[in-house]
Design a binder for this molecule. Sequence first.
Ligand SMILES: [Fe+2]
Ligand SMILES: [Fe+2]
Length: 437
Amino acid sequence: MAESSRRSFIRNVTALSAVAAAKCGVAMTPGEQKAHDKYNAMVIPRPEGLLDGEPALQVPAPDSMGVAFAVTALANGFVELADNPEMRSPRMFMAEGMPLAAIDDRVLRVRLTGLRPGTRYWYRAGAAKLEHPVGYWTKPSETVWGAVHSFVTLGESAPSHFAMMCDTHADFPQMARITRLYRELGVPLVVWNGDVPNSRMDTKEDLVRNYLVPPENDGYAADTPIVLNRGNHDFRGVAANRLGEVMMTRRPEERKMRDVALDRNFAFRMGDVALIGLDTGEDKPDFHPANGGFSCFTRYRKAQTVWLKDQFMRPEIAKAPYIVAFVHIPMLELWPGANPGTILDDYATWQKECAELWGPVLTANGVQLVLAGHIHQYRYDAPDATRSWAEITGGGYGRSTFQTLVECKVDGGGLLVRVHNTDAGTVVGEHRFKPRS
Ligand SMILES: [Fe+2]
Ligand SMILES: [Fe+2]
């Protein structure tokens, strides 16, 4: 470039810059330039050890999936999702939240949406550590990625196969026998039917240890989506109110505004079976001193009754060949005089309020089976002239005779329920159900 032309070029660029600055009013002050320089100069080392354990798939649906995972420092979370195990052409999802992603220093939650029902996907979770080089200005590290895992979405085209575990009560070696078995069996969905902790939960870390990264159970939900249905122990301690920070709630789109508080009730198809989740709540009445005067489980159970009736109006639920309902506390009076959960003495053996509110609705809609926990003992009660549904309770911790995994699968002969004794590695019961008429 000739010198005159060069001078002209510089003059024009300078003039353009001045015009631009005047128009936008964005001329950088020396102080701002210094901040930018400091921000850009900060090098964040690769954050080794940022991921704390494997991710946990949760709140599955036909068109969405939750992925939560633990981290060791303030970070943002990501999930790459693909329709092939090589992770070609992945879609990227970021930690849930708008306008701010829910960054956190312990648990990251990512919601995968726009999924196809009954479809296998592959995914990997990752996190980027966040630093603050200048005041509140936030700079992410490179993203560190975990291993590739896989899952199948729910829906009518999904396998008619799932299982229930319950009353694990933070007995992690015992829980490991259950989680190992359902992975060996290739069960595509597990309902964790309550009583996950064994004592009061006071801190978020209590929630992390009980639900998200239980010792000896790393990866328990990395390839097997978990549906959490709370039991009485899941409501104890101030941290119980913060469960959603660790175990995601269902999407608001899944329910009416009327049911906004019912963020863990579920009703979806898994192949030929409709699964319905109901929350029996605490095992003592609201007026019991243990509840401190701040619980309203009776109102909660009534609200779920209205929700429950609506679920049978949904075509995919109404026409399901099989319907299985999940509750934590049984709905049958298991023996004459068994504690109904409505008195000050001791604690509920069965939930009379739920039985009276929900039992007739289940019978009116031909529900064949209720799966429960709480009594820490495998038990089968057949349907009778007054109700359409059988009730099976799973075994559990403590005074239990043995721990169970209750596996449900549709084959040529109907819905087969197989009760595994996970302590002994044996099958202790089989029950068959015919399609609804
Ligand atoms: Fe229990
Ligand atoms: Fe319980």
